[in-house]
Design a protein around this ligand. Structure first.
Ligand code: NAP
Ligand code: ZN
Ligand code: ZN
Length: 358
Protein backbone atom coordinates (compact mmCIF):
# COMPACT_ATOMS: atom_id res chain seq x y z
CA UNK A 1 0.00 0.00 0.00
CA UNK A 2 1.22 3.56 -0.62
CA UNK A 3 0.47 6.98 0.84
CA UNK A 4 1.98 6.37 4.24
CA UNK A 5 1.54 8.86 7.03
CA UNK A 6 4.85 9.28 8.84
CA UNK A 7 4.80 9.49 12.60
CA UNK A 8 7.62 10.76 14.73
CA UNK A 9 9.88 7.98 15.88
CA UNK A 10 11.59 8.08 19.25
CA UNK A 11 15.22 6.99 19.62
CA UNK A 12 15.83 3.24 19.71
CA UNK A 13 12.80 2.29 17.77
CA UNK A 14 12.09 0.66 14.48
CA UNK A 15 9.38 1.75 12.10
CA UNK A 16 6.57 -0.66 11.30
CA UNK A 17 4.19 -0.50 8.37
CA UNK A 18 0.64 -0.68 9.61
CA UNK A 19 -3.02 -0.07 8.89
CA UNK A 20 -4.96 2.02 11.35
CA UNK A 21 -7.57 4.67 12.02
CA UNK A 22 -6.87 8.33 12.84
CA UNK A 23 -10.37 8.97 14.26
CA UNK A 24 -13.53 7.13 15.31
CA UNK A 25 -15.27 7.87 12.02
CA UNK A 26 -12.22 7.48 9.77
CA UNK A 27 -11.52 4.66 7.37
CA UNK A 28 -8.49 2.52 8.07
CA UNK A 29 -5.49 3.70 6.10
CA UNK A 30 -1.81 2.82 5.74
CA UNK A 31 0.45 4.48 8.29
CA UNK A 32 3.77 4.03 10.02
CA UNK A 33 4.28 3.41 13.72
CA UNK A 34 7.31 3.20 15.98
CA UNK A 35 8.11 -0.05 17.78
CA UNK A 36 10.62 -0.28 20.61
CA UNK A 37 13.87 -2.05 19.87
CA UNK A 38 14.14 -5.58 21.22
CA UNK A 39 14.88 -5.42 24.96
CA UNK A 40 16.52 -8.18 27.04
CA UNK A 41 13.36 -10.31 27.35
CA UNK A 42 11.63 -9.17 24.16
CA UNK A 43 10.87 -10.98 20.95
CA UNK A 44 10.43 -9.33 17.57
CA UNK A 45 7.86 -11.20 15.54
CA UNK A 46 7.33 -10.88 11.81
CA UNK A 47 3.55 -10.90 11.62
CA UNK A 48 2.38 -13.26 8.89
CA UNK A 49 -1.37 -13.17 9.56
CA UNK A 50 -3.72 -11.22 11.80
CA UNK A 51 -7.39 -12.03 12.41
CA UNK A 52 -10.09 -9.37 12.45
CA UNK A 53 -12.04 -9.49 15.72
CA UNK A 54 -15.24 -7.53 16.26
CA UNK A 55 -13.43 -5.96 19.24
CA UNK A 56 -11.09 -4.22 16.77
CA UNK A 57 -14.13 -2.36 15.44
CA UNK A 58 -15.68 -1.56 18.84
CA UNK A 59 -12.30 -0.20 19.94
CA UNK A 60 -11.24 1.82 16.89
CA UNK A 61 -14.66 3.42 16.56
CA UNK A 62 -14.58 4.59 20.16
CA UNK A 63 -17.51 2.41 21.27
CA UNK A 64 -15.71 1.34 24.44
CA UNK A 65 -14.36 4.76 25.44
CA UNK A 66 -11.60 7.18 24.56
CA UNK A 67 -9.03 5.98 22.03
CA UNK A 68 -5.42 7.20 21.76
CA UNK A 69 -5.38 7.66 17.96
CA UNK A 70 -3.97 6.49 15.70
CA UNK A 71 -5.57 3.15 16.51
CA UNK A 72 -3.79 0.13 15.07
CA UNK A 73 -5.96 -2.87 16.02
CA UNK A 74 -5.30 -6.58 15.77
CA UNK A 75 -4.93 -9.09 18.59
CA UNK A 76 -5.05 -12.38 16.71
CA UNK A 77 -1.42 -12.39 15.65
CA UNK A 78 0.40 -15.33 14.09
CA UNK A 79 3.97 -15.02 12.88
CA UNK A 80 7.56 -16.10 13.04
CA UNK A 81 10.24 -15.04 15.51
CA UNK A 82 12.70 -12.70 13.80
CA UNK A 83 14.91 -11.64 16.73
CA UNK A 84 15.18 -12.40 20.44
CA UNK A 85 16.67 -10.39 23.30
CA UNK A 86 19.75 -11.73 25.16
CA UNK A 87 17.70 -13.04 28.11
CA UNK A 88 15.10 -14.87 26.04
CA UNK A 89 15.29 -18.56 26.76
CA UNK A 90 12.08 -20.09 25.45
CA UNK A 91 12.04 -18.92 21.82
CA UNK A 92 14.49 -18.72 18.93
CA UNK A 93 14.42 -17.11 15.48
CA UNK A 94 12.27 -19.12 13.11
CA UNK A 95 9.80 -20.33 15.77
CA UNK A 96 6.10 -20.13 14.87
CA UNK A 97 4.41 -17.98 17.49
CA UNK A 98 1.27 -16.11 18.37
CA UNK A 99 0.20 -13.08 20.39
CA UNK A 100 -3.31 -12.53 21.67
CA UNK A 101 -5.11 -9.73 23.47
CA UNK A 102 -2.52 -8.82 26.11
CA UNK A 103 1.20 -8.12 26.03
CA UNK A 104 1.93 -7.56 29.72
CA UNK A 105 0.46 -7.38 33.22
CA UNK A 106 1.60 -6.17 36.64
CA UNK A 107 2.89 -9.69 37.53
CA UNK A 108 2.49 -8.92 41.25
CA UNK A 109 -1.22 -8.85 42.05
CA UNK A 110 -3.12 -11.81 43.44
CA UNK A 111 -4.48 -12.77 40.01
CA UNK A 112 -1.15 -12.46 38.21
CA UNK A 113 0.50 -14.60 40.86
CA UNK A 114 -2.27 -17.16 40.43
CA UNK A 115 -1.59 -17.31 36.69
CA UNK A 116 -4.72 -15.39 35.70
CA UNK A 117 -3.06 -12.32 34.25
CA UNK A 118 -6.11 -11.64 32.05
CA UNK A 119 -7.76 -10.52 35.30
CA UNK A 120 -4.72 -8.51 36.49
CA UNK A 121 -6.18 -6.24 39.14
CA UNK A 122 -4.56 -2.95 38.06
CA UNK A 123 -5.36 -4.09 34.50
CA UNK A 124 -3.34 -6.00 31.94
CA UNK A 125 -1.56 -4.25 29.08
CA UNK A 126 -3.72 -4.77 26.02
CA UNK A 127 -2.11 -5.53 22.66
CA UNK A 128 -3.45 -2.27 21.31
CA UNK A 129 -4.58 1.02 22.83
CA UNK A 130 -2.89 0.46 26.21
CA UNK A 131 0.00 2.28 27.85
CA UNK A 132 3.00 -0.05 27.60
CA UNK A 133 5.69 -0.41 30.29
CA UNK A 134 7.88 2.17 28.48
CA UNK A 135 5.03 4.69 28.49
CA UNK A 136 4.24 4.35 24.80
CA UNK A 137 0.86 3.33 23.41
CA UNK A 138 0.56 -0.25 22.19
CA UNK A 139 -0.26 -0.99 18.55
CA UNK A 140 -1.72 -4.27 17.37
CA UNK A 141 -1.17 -6.80 14.65
CA UNK A 142 -2.44 -4.91 11.61
CA UNK A 143 1.27 -4.25 11.11
CA UNK A 144 4.35 -5.96 9.74
CA UNK A 145 6.03 -6.69 13.06
CA UNK A 146 5.44 -6.55 16.81
CA UNK A 147 7.81 -6.51 19.80
CA UNK A 148 6.49 -8.46 22.78
CA UNK A 149 7.87 -9.74 26.08
CA UNK A 150 8.50 -13.50 25.86
CA UNK A 151 6.09 -14.24 28.72
CA UNK A 152 3.17 -13.11 26.54
CA UNK A 153 4.15 -15.06 23.43
CA UNK A 154 2.49 -18.37 22.58
CA UNK A 155 3.89 -21.30 20.66
CA UNK A 156 1.83 -22.36 17.63
CA UNK A 157 1.97 -26.15 17.34
CA UNK A 158 3.28 -27.60 14.07
CA UNK A 159 -0.06 -29.16 13.19
CA UNK A 160 -1.77 -25.76 12.83
CA UNK A 161 -1.54 -23.50 9.76
CA UNK A 162 -0.52 -19.98 10.80
CA UNK A 163 -3.45 -18.29 9.02
CA UNK A 164 -6.04 -20.61 10.58
CA UNK A 165 -4.36 -20.45 13.97
CA UNK A 166 -4.39 -16.64 14.18
CA UNK A 167 -8.06 -16.38 15.26
CA UNK A 168 -7.45 -18.89 18.04
CA UNK A 169 -5.45 -16.19 19.86
CA UNK A 170 -8.67 -14.33 20.69
CA UNK A 171 -11.79 -16.09 19.36
CA UNK A 172 -10.37 -19.47 20.38
CA UNK A 173 -9.29 -18.67 23.93
CA UNK A 174 -12.30 -16.44 24.67
CA UNK A 175 -14.62 -19.38 24.09
CA UNK A 176 -12.33 -22.15 25.37
CA UNK A 177 -11.89 -20.51 28.79
CA UNK A 178 -15.59 -20.31 29.81
CA UNK A 179 -16.32 -23.72 28.30
CA UNK A 180 -13.60 -25.20 30.55
CA UNK A 181 -14.53 -23.08 33.57
CA UNK A 182 -18.13 -24.38 33.45
CA UNK A 183 -16.98 -28.02 32.96
CA UNK A 184 -18.10 -28.60 29.41
CA UNK A 185 -17.96 -32.28 28.57
CA UNK A 186 -20.01 -35.37 27.75
CA UNK A 187 -23.60 -35.17 28.99
CA UNK A 188 -23.62 -31.34 29.01
CA UNK A 189 -25.99 -29.27 26.89
CA UNK A 190 -24.28 -26.14 25.58
CA UNK A 191 -25.85 -23.39 23.45
CA UNK A 192 -23.90 -20.81 21.49
CA UNK A 193 -25.65 -17.53 20.67
CA UNK A 194 -24.38 -15.90 17.44
CA UNK A 195 -22.46 -17.79 14.76
CA UNK A 196 -19.64 -15.35 14.00
CA UNK A 197 -15.93 -15.49 14.80
CA UNK A 198 -16.28 -16.41 18.47
CA UNK A 199 -19.44 -18.43 17.93
CA UNK A 200 -18.01 -20.77 15.32
CA UNK A 201 -15.01 -21.49 17.56
CA UNK A 202 -17.32 -22.12 20.53
CA UNK A 203 -19.21 -24.72 18.49
CA UNK A 204 -16.04 -26.54 17.43
CA UNK A 205 -14.48 -26.47 20.91
CA UNK A 206 -17.61 -27.49 22.84
CA UNK A 207 -18.13 -30.37 20.41
CA UNK A 208 -14.51 -31.49 20.79
CA UNK A 209 -14.97 -31.42 24.57
CA UNK A 210 -17.84 -33.88 24.14
CA UNK A 211 -20.90 -31.69 24.78
CA UNK A 212 -24.19 -31.60 22.89
CA UNK A 213 -24.07 -28.26 21.07
CA UNK A 214 -26.91 -26.05 19.83
CA UNK A 215 -26.54 -22.85 17.81
CA UNK A 216 -28.96 -19.99 18.42
CA UNK A 217 -28.64 -17.68 15.42
CA UNK A 218 -30.81 -14.84 14.19
CA UNK A 219 -31.97 -16.95 11.24
CA UNK A 220 -31.46 -20.37 9.67
CA UNK A 221 -29.27 -18.82 6.92
CA UNK A 222 -26.06 -20.48 8.24
CA UNK A 223 -27.68 -23.73 9.42
CA UNK A 224 -25.70 -26.02 7.08
CA UNK A 225 -22.45 -24.44 8.22
CA UNK A 226 -23.43 -24.77 11.87
CA UNK A 227 -24.12 -28.47 11.53
CA UNK A 228 -20.89 -28.97 9.55
CA UNK A 229 -18.95 -27.21 12.32
CA UNK A 230 -20.30 -29.78 14.75
CA UNK A 231 -23.58 -28.46 16.13
CA UNK A 232 -26.23 -31.04 17.00
CA UNK A 233 -29.06 -28.51 16.76
CA UNK A 234 -29.60 -25.14 15.08
CA UNK A 235 -32.43 -22.72 15.85
CA UNK A 236 -33.48 -19.26 14.71
CA UNK A 237 -34.03 -16.79 17.53
CA UNK A 238 -36.37 -14.85 15.23
CA UNK A 239 -38.77 -17.81 15.52
CA UNK A 240 -40.98 -17.55 18.63
CA UNK A 241 -41.30 -21.35 18.79
CA UNK A 242 -37.54 -21.67 19.54
CA UNK A 243 -37.97 -20.26 23.05
CA UNK A 244 -40.83 -22.60 23.88
CA UNK A 245 -39.13 -25.68 22.53
CA UNK A 246 -35.77 -25.09 24.23
CA UNK A 247 -37.04 -23.79 27.61
CA UNK A 248 -34.83 -24.97 30.49
CA UNK A 249 -32.61 -27.09 28.24
CA UNK A 250 -29.03 -25.83 28.67
CA UNK A 251 -26.37 -26.26 31.33
CA UNK A 252 -24.41 -23.42 29.74
CA UNK A 253 -25.21 -20.74 27.19
CA UNK A 254 -22.29 -18.80 25.70
CA UNK A 255 -23.50 -15.47 24.33
CA UNK A 256 -21.09 -14.17 21.69
CA UNK A 257 -23.34 -11.46 20.25
CA UNK A 258 -21.66 -8.10 19.66
CA UNK A 259 -24.91 -6.13 20.17
CA UNK A 260 -27.52 -5.89 22.91
CA UNK A 261 -29.99 -8.80 23.04
CA UNK A 262 -32.90 -9.64 25.33
CA UNK A 263 -30.93 -11.56 27.97
CA UNK A 264 -34.07 -12.38 29.94
CA UNK A 265 -35.48 -14.48 27.11
CA UNK A 266 -32.22 -16.40 26.73
CA UNK A 267 -32.05 -17.03 30.49
CA UNK A 268 -35.33 -18.97 30.26
CA UNK A 269 -33.43 -21.52 28.16
CA UNK A 270 -30.97 -22.22 31.02
CA UNK A 271 -31.51 -25.28 33.25
CA UNK A 272 -32.00 -24.97 37.00
CA UNK A 273 -28.60 -23.97 38.43
CA UNK A 274 -27.12 -23.35 34.97
CA UNK A 275 -25.24 -20.35 33.62
CA UNK A 276 -25.46 -17.89 30.78
CA UNK A 277 -21.99 -16.46 30.23
CA UNK A 278 -21.57 -13.31 28.19
CA UNK A 279 -18.43 -12.98 26.15
CA UNK A 280 -19.98 -10.55 23.66
CA UNK A 281 -19.02 -7.00 24.61
CA UNK A 282 -21.61 -4.49 23.38
CA UNK A 283 -21.06 -0.96 24.63
CA UNK A 284 -24.57 -0.64 26.04
CA UNK A 285 -25.75 -2.34 29.28
CA UNK A 286 -27.69 -5.62 29.05
CA UNK A 287 -30.68 -5.43 31.41
CA UNK A 288 -31.22 -8.68 33.34
CA UNK A 289 -34.68 -9.48 34.75
CA UNK A 290 -33.97 -10.76 38.26
CA UNK A 291 -36.88 -13.21 38.24
CA UNK A 292 -35.36 -15.16 35.36
CA UNK A 293 -32.34 -15.75 37.64
CA UNK A 294 -33.85 -16.41 41.05
CA UNK A 295 -36.74 -18.66 40.03
CA UNK A 296 -34.29 -21.35 38.86
CA UNK A 297 -31.06 -20.33 40.68
CA UNK A 298 -29.55 -19.41 37.34
CA UNK A 299 -26.33 -17.40 36.96
CA UNK A 300 -25.52 -14.62 34.54
CA UNK A 301 -21.74 -14.33 34.15
CA UNK A 302 -19.01 -12.75 32.06
CA UNK A 303 -15.62 -13.98 30.92
CA UNK A 304 -12.62 -12.28 29.31
CA UNK A 305 -10.12 -14.10 27.08
CA UNK A 306 -7.97 -16.55 29.13
CA UNK A 307 -4.58 -16.71 30.78
CA UNK A 308 -1.36 -17.22 28.83
CA UNK A 309 -1.04 -20.75 30.20
CA UNK A 310 -4.63 -21.55 29.24
CA UNK A 311 -4.10 -20.04 25.78
CA UNK A 312 -1.18 -22.44 25.23
CA UNK A 313 -3.35 -25.30 26.51
CA UNK A 314 -6.09 -24.26 24.03
CA UNK A 315 -3.62 -24.14 21.10
CA UNK A 316 -2.34 -27.62 22.00
CA UNK A 317 -5.93 -28.87 22.36
CA UNK A 318 -6.76 -27.49 18.91
CA UNK A 319 -3.72 -29.16 17.34
CA UNK A 320 -4.58 -32.46 19.00
CA UNK A 321 -8.22 -32.29 17.86
CA UNK A 322 -7.43 -30.83 14.40
CA UNK A 323 -9.41 -27.69 15.14
CA UNK A 324 -8.71 -24.27 13.65
CA UNK A 325 -10.74 -21.29 12.47
CA UNK A 326 -12.68 -21.21 9.20
CA UNK A 327 -11.17 -18.19 7.54
CA UNK A 328 -11.31 -15.86 4.56
CA UNK A 329 -7.84 -14.43 3.88
CA UNK A 330 -7.81 -10.82 2.69
CA UNK A 331 -5.18 -8.31 1.66
CA UNK A 332 -4.52 -5.19 3.72
CA UNK A 333 -6.40 -2.96 1.29
CA UNK A 334 -9.59 -4.98 1.89
CA UNK A 335 -9.75 -4.30 5.62
CA UNK A 336 -12.40 -1.56 5.44
CA UNK A 337 -14.65 -3.77 3.35
CA UNK A 338 -14.09 -6.70 5.74
CA UNK A 339 -15.10 -4.54 8.71
CA UNK A 340 -18.34 -3.59 6.96
CA UNK A 341 -19.04 -7.25 6.32
CA UNK A 342 -18.39 -8.13 9.98
CA UNK A 343 -20.91 -5.44 10.94
CA UNK A 344 -23.48 -7.04 8.62
CA UNK A 345 -22.85 -10.53 10.17
CA UNK A 346 -21.53 -11.50 6.74
CA UNK A 347 -18.42 -13.38 7.81
CA UNK A 348 -17.67 -17.10 7.45
CA UNK A 349 -16.21 -17.12 9.96
CA UNK A 350 -13.13 -14.96 10.46
CA UNK A 351 -11.35 -12.53 8.17
CA UNK A 352 -7.58 -12.88 8.38
CA UNK A 353 -5.20 -10.28 6.96
CA UNK A 354 -2.26 -11.56 4.93
CA UNK A 355 0.31 -9.19 6.42
CA UNK A 356 2.69 -9.61 3.49
CA UNK A 357 0.31 -7.28 1.64
CA UNK A 358 0.86 -4.35 4.02
P1 NAP B 1 -18.79 -11.39 14.97
O1 NAP B 1 -17.90 -12.26 14.15
O2 NAP B 1 -19.33 -10.14 14.37
O3 NAP B 1 -19.99 -12.32 15.50
C1 NAP B 1 -21.07 -11.82 16.25
C2 NAP B 1 -22.32 -12.61 15.87
O4 NAP B 1 -23.39 -12.11 16.67
C3 NAP B 1 -22.79 -12.38 14.44
O5 NAP B 1 -22.18 -13.23 13.52
C4 NAP B 1 -24.27 -12.66 14.55
O6 NAP B 1 -24.50 -14.07 14.53
C5 NAP B 1 -24.62 -12.16 15.95
N1 NAP B 1 -25.19 -10.81 15.93
C6 NAP B 1 -24.62 -9.68 15.47
N2 NAP B 1 -25.44 -8.62 15.63
C7 NAP B 1 -26.57 -9.10 16.22
C8 NAP B 1 -27.77 -8.52 16.68
N3 NAP B 1 -28.01 -7.20 16.53
N4 NAP B 1 -28.70 -9.32 17.27
C9 NAP B 1 -28.48 -10.63 17.40
N5 NAP B 1 -27.35 -11.25 16.99
C10 NAP B 1 -26.41 -10.49 16.41
O7 NAP B 1 -18.04 -10.91 16.29
P2 NAP B 1 -16.91 -11.65 17.15
O8 NAP B 1 -15.57 -11.22 16.66
O9 NAP B 1 -17.24 -13.09 17.26
O10 NAP B 1 -17.10 -10.94 18.57
C11 NAP B 1 -18.33 -11.04 19.24
C12 NAP B 1 -18.35 -10.15 20.47
O11 NAP B 1 -17.44 -10.68 21.44
C13 NAP B 1 -17.92 -8.71 20.22
O12 NAP B 1 -18.72 -7.85 21.01
C14 NAP B 1 -16.48 -8.70 20.71
O13 NAP B 1 -16.05 -7.43 21.10
C15 NAP B 1 -16.59 -9.62 21.89
N6 NAP B 1 -15.34 -10.21 22.33
C16 NAP B 1 -15.17 -10.39 23.67
C17 NAP B 1 -14.04 -11.00 24.15
C18 NAP B 1 -13.90 -11.29 25.61
O14 NAP B 1 -12.79 -11.47 26.09
N7 NAP B 1 -14.99 -11.38 26.34
C19 NAP B 1 -13.04 -11.40 23.26
C20 NAP B 1 -13.25 -11.23 21.90
C21 NAP B 1 -14.41 -10.63 21.44
P3 NAP B 1 -25.78 -14.71 13.76
O15 NAP B 1 -25.71 -14.16 12.36
O16 NAP B 1 -25.52 -16.16 13.85
O17 NAP B 1 -26.99 -14.30 14.49
ZN1 ZN C 1 -10.75 -10.24 19.96
ZN1 ZN D 1 -1.57 -8.17 37.99
Amino acid sequence: MTDTTSLASAPETTIARAVGAQAADARLEPLEIARRDVGPTDIRIDVKFCGICHSDIHFARGEWGDVPYPAVPGHEIAGVVAEVGPEVTRFAPGDRVGVGCMVNSCRECENCRAGEEQYCIPGNTQTYGSVDRDGTITYGGYSDHVVVDQDFVLRIPDGLELAEAAPLLCAGITTYSPLRHWDTGPGKQVAVVGLGGLGHMAVKLAKAMGAQVTVLSQSLRKRDDGLRLGADGYYATSDEATFGELAGRFDLIVNTVSAGIDIGRFLTLVKTGGTLVNVGAPSEPLPVPVFSLLTQRRSFAGSAIGSIQETQEMLDFCAEHHIAADIEVISADQVNEAWERVLRSDVRYRFVIDNSTL
